[in-house]
Design a protein around this ligand. Sequence first.
Ligand code: NAD
Ligand code: WQD
Length: 341
Amino acid sequence: MGFAMSRTILITGGAGYIGSHTAVALLEQGYSVVIVDNLCNSSPQAVKRIAELGRNEVAFIQADVADHEALSKVFDEYPIEAVIHFAGLKAVGESVEQPLMYYRTNLGTTMTLLEVMAEHEVWDLVFSSSATVYGDPEVLPIPEGAPTGPTNPYGRAKLMVEDICRDLAASDPRWRIALLRYFNPVGAHPSGDIGEDPTGPPNNLVPFVMQAAVGRRDKISVFGDDYNTPDGTGVRDYIHVIDLALGHLAALSHISEGCREFNLGTGTGASVLEIISATERISGNKLNYEIVGRRAGDIATSLADPTRANTELEWRADRAMETMLQDAWHWQSKNPNGFTD
Ligand code: NAD
Ligand code: WQD
């Protein structure tokens, strides 16, 4: 298997959207990869494709990261040197409906993971945080030092996990933690073999638009055209999932003592209408859309100031919006029903 030969990284939630792309990037760089995922929002098919794309074996354990005994066994079995922690629930609307489930899962998985890491003296952690911790930003682009103020249970749980990590690092200098605040991840692996495959109607714009382009959705609802933005629709800092995956590799190699926050974004934005018209052009299909009311909790503009990650992690997101949508379309048109086929 070669697990003792190269650095072994545990990826929790590695069968999911961002985790699968990160797993492939790690395999390509010669790391050994162990994935723990309970598949509550992903498919075993993704794990198979990770191994194919990464041209290497992947150790896969189907388990709940909050299960102390199961996780401890994984650390006993593999020489894990660092952990990238993706496992968790991520639907903002659902977190408002079922806050306890979100706090239980997103805090519980992290607490168990941190305990098991300490018991096995593994101190390097890269955590999936989110730009959602900033809430409605006062300054644009948003630097890491901006005030936090998440507006929903999902975002508050992310900030709580960040606080737990900061407290832990302050308590013991052996911890080395990178908190990566992702902006809006989109796109797919250029092979079109892995990508985003949401269950049910997508909550996020790009997967919804892609499903409309492939004929799975009749109409796109544009949530408001009266924002203070150039065309009135929401502007976001979309980042290619491959750039995001590479951000995790950069964080692993530059991780240092303590706990540090990093924005992972491009620093430039696109509007809802720009995404729709670019997707029409790329897919060659006319899209049916309707302007409807604003979605509760949405903000006008979100843009990262990625300077800290650019300088301290020597990382930059350089894939253009066009590439993000082309790759998303390649994945969607090659796999119209996601991993179900
Ligand atoms: P995803 O749902 O595709 O991946 C998460 C994975 O975790 C899934 O495979 C799921 O089965 C697994 N999982 C969930 N609960 C688990 C548990 N208790 N035990 C084991 N596995 C479990 O989501 P994603 O888009 O890849 O997001 C990955 C991480 O990044 C999440 O923590 C998410 O909150 C964060 N994030 C995502 C975005 C985004 O827009 N996609 C933005 C910012 C932050
Ligand atoms: C983008 C833009 C919508 C759907 C969410 C989470 C955030 C992070 C990333 C995890 C907005 C508009 C959307 C649709 C639309 N996730 N839109 N019609 O809301 O910026 O961020 O995902 O951490 O926490 O909140 O992303 O893709 O949902 O929306 O008009 O059907 O598209 O209003 O302007 P968002 P999104």
